[in-house]
Ligand binder design. Structure first.
Ligand code: CO
Length: 173
């Protein structure tokens, strides 16, 4: 499993609902968790490893919320009336941060790794992380929530950094 980077087209596709619950699904979730952890991320969605299916892993690595979330078919069922500003990075957009608006809290239903239905109300970083990862399942990146001119500025910055990195790699070969 490798992290897929922008602008790979799998990142802009809407993912399919999961209908088969088997051991393979659980091992995929576990593998996704490892990739996320090794990449120092706090969340990862299946399309980010090239799998166009509705599953995410989240671990915000806080003492307050020590739980690791492995979520199948996560769905937001309630949203706060208020939005908050959120500065976000993404493992598929290395080197980039973008500030966007997110719901302050949300309620999410999902199926856990034991195939039980769960519902959770999340706020703060956990709520933001869920929204970011669920967006991935709908083919949406955090930069897609920026205004058009801000998005093109950020993409330019991303391409510049990517080129610098590729040149540095060539030099060291
Ligand atoms: Co992301």
């Amino acid at each position: 499993m490798k992290i897929v980077k922008y602008p790979n087209s799998v990142l802009s596709k809407k993912c399919q609902e999961i209908t088969e619950f088997d051991a393979e699904l659980v091992s995929t979730l576990n593998e996704m968790y490892k990739v996320m952890y090794d990449g120092d991320g706090i969340g990862l969605a299946a399309p980010q490893v090239g799998i166009s299916k509705r599953m995410i892993v989240v671990d915000i690595r806080s003492e307050e919320i020590p739980q690791i979330f492995k979520m199948i078919n996560p769905k937001i069922i309630k949203k706060s009336p208020d939005m908050v500003e959120s500065e976000e990075g993404c493992l598929s957009l290395p080197g980039i941060r973008s500030t966007i608006l997110r719901y302050e809290w949300i309620e999410v239903t999902y199926i856990d790794e034991n195939f039980k239905e769960q519902v959770i109300k999340a706020k703060d970083l956990l709520a933001i992380c869920f929204q970011h990862e669920i967006d991935h399942l709908d083919g949406k990146l955090c930069i897609d929530r920026l205004k058009r001119n801000e998005k093109s500025k950020i993409i330019k910055e991303y391409n510049r950094k990517k080129m610098e990195l590729e040149n540095a790699q060539k030099m060291s070969e």
